[in-house]
Design a protein around this ligand. Structure first.
Ligand code: UDX
Ligand code: ADP
Length: 477
């Protein structure tokens, strides 16, 4: 490790993985550390070509503010490439930022699928010709650092690899702000001199823009587990408020008023108390499943059951929403035209991984509804692929899936005809674009009664009711 000095000049950092985590992270690093060279590499050539595209509207992911940074630093100290080997060789610090989804079937169901993570580590080990600092950026189960140590020791016993854990805390849609002004940066390491040296080098990179008091250093396992626990706590808050929303609907209390009253207690705080159709996205559910799996693995069934409750409430919440829609149609949505507004798992992203919209729309279609699906950023291609995978996983044959898909159109919301003869509007993502639709004109072309199911609590119900709509809002009688 003596070869590394704490100066950042001539430092080269590589991220393996050019996705939602790797790219925003390296882009913000590159912006704040002009003396450091950053290379983002990926096995997916098509993705890398898009990251290199001159047309910034063609970047592979939509993340507000990312295009501006890329425009500023790409080609200066940020580069995208499929030349993984060369970039690993020339870099002193390598971030592993590959995807670690949940295992979906078999003995290890719900654990983290570490195959990309391990393959990536093996590849780094094979091509390395000098000592390296390896940073776990991907979310991984506690003790994954031990897996890395074993891989590097087995493949390259003569080189020294210092392992650091530096989990991401980026929420999609606000990832750039989360990186620029994080609540904290967490770096886990071993406590021997070389590890501390490696940790301090990474601390020095962050110190270019993060106040030192916001950089928390821990041991490796605490850092790894803190990431899972942070997401579990966020999920727990959402499930807590959603569970109470069910109680509000039967008692006449109002969940927004409760969230305000409860969140005003500074010990509780007001964030992550927005009741909705349930949390989605590639992280909260996956990390909860991982925590549940780990708790069971270590024989802590009560702990596992506790966190399982958070997931169950999440499923309960979207089921409740579907049932509410069905109930308003006396259980029969066959051949009813319904407009689905929103597919992304939240606003300001084009990501629909694990979006609650998928199960809700799929369910309505299997009950015979005819849907027009709209999203501000998610492509028609991704919507079709989300639904096809959902139905295939439920055991439907290809013919049935095509039949279901034939019941969908993808017309734009600025054309009033899109709502012709529609019986209901179902809001599933809180895009601001949906707040300003001309609900007077839309009402005129819808069939009557016209329902609005606001799964995100973004519309003014009294205004809609005065137009004539029948409204349902989560957490309000
Ligand atoms: C999350 C964590 O926030 C982030 O720190 C971590 O690094 C990755 O996982 P993300 O999945 O991008 O980020 O989105 P987040 O903003 O946390 O929202 C997750 C889901 O919860 C969304 O479906 C959102 O609509 C829902 N949500 C969020 C609510 O239903 N109510 C809330 O009050 C907040
Ligand atoms: P995340 O949200 O975790 O960033 P993404 O799927 O957006 O997940 O990005 C992960 C990226 O990692 C993908 O572009 C994928 O091609 C890449 N990847 C996965 N395994 C490897 C690997 N072994 N080597 C290089 N890149 C990889």
């Amino acid at each position: 490790m003596g070869k590394f000095n704490l100066l950042l000049k001539n430092l080269k950092i590589c991220s393996v993985g050019a996705g939602y985590v790797g790219v925003p992270t390296m882009a913000v690093f590159a912006d704040y550390c002009p003396d450091v060279e950053f290379n983002v590499v990926d096995i997916n050539k098509e993705k890398i070509d898009k990251w290199n595209s001159d047309d910034l509207s063609k970047l592979p992911i939509y993340e507000p503010g990312l295009d501006d940074i890329i425009n500023k630093v790409r080609g200066k100290n940020l580069f995208f490439s499929t030349e993984i080997e060369n970039n690993i060789r020339k870099s002193q610090i390598i971030f592993i930022s590959v995807n670690t989804p949940s295992v979906v079937t078999g003995k290890f169901e719900n654990s983290s699928d570490l195959s990309n993570f391990k393959k990536c580590a093996e590849f780094i080990a094979k091509c390395s010709e000098s000592d390296k600092i390896i940073v776990e950026k991907s979310t991984v189960p506690v003790k994954s650092a031990d897996i890395l140590k074993k891989i590097f020791k087995t493949i390259k016993p003569d080189l020294k690899f210092q392992i650091l854990s530096n989990p991401e805390f980026l929420a999609e849609g606000s990832a750039i702000d989360n990186l620029r002004f994080p609540d904290r940066v967490l770096i886990g390491s071993d406590k021997d001199t070389s590890s501390i040296f490696a940790r301090d080098l990474l601390v020095n990179v962050y110190k270019n823009w993060i106040p030192k008091q916001k950089i928390i250093t821990t041991n490796l396992y605490s850092s790894e587990l803190s990431k899972l626990v942070s997401n579990a706590f966020l999920a727990q808050r959402i499930s807590s408020i959603n569970s109470i929303s069910a109680l509000c609907e039967v008692t006449g209390a109002d969940i927004s008023e409760i969230a305000k009253a409860v969140g005003a207690d500074s010990r509780i705080g007001g964030k992550y108390l927005k009741s909705s159709i349930g949390f989605g996205g590639s992280c909260l559910k996956k990390d909860l499943l991982n925590l549940i799996y780990l708790s069971n693995y270590y024989g802590l069934k009560e702990v596992a059951d506790y966190w399982l409750g958070v997931l169950k409430i999440n499923q309960f919440q979207s089921k409740r929403f579907i049932n509410k829609i069905l109930k308003c149609f006396n259980g029969n949505v066959n051949n009813k035209h319904i407009n689905i507004l929103g597919w992304a798992f939240k606003q300001n992203t084009d990501d629909s991984r694990d979006s609650p919209s998928i199960a809700i729309a799929a369910h309505l279609i299997t009950k015979g509804a005819i849907l027009n699906i709209h999203d501000v950023k998610v492509s028609k291609f991704n919507i079709i692929s989300d639904l096809s995978s959902f139905w295939k996983n439920k055991g439907f044959c290809s013919e049935k899936v095509s039949e279901f898909l034939d019941r969908i159109t993808f017309k734009k919301t600025n054309d009033i005809d899109t709502f012709n003869n529609s019986s209901a509007i179902v809001i599933l993502t809180e895009w601001k674009e949906y707040k300003v639709l001309n609900f007077n004109k839309i009402y005129a072309v819808m069939s009557k009664p016209s329902f609005i199911f606001d799964g995100r609590k973004i519309l003014n119900k009294s205004k809609l009711k005065s137009i004539g709509y029948k409204c349902f809002e989560i957490g309000k009688n």
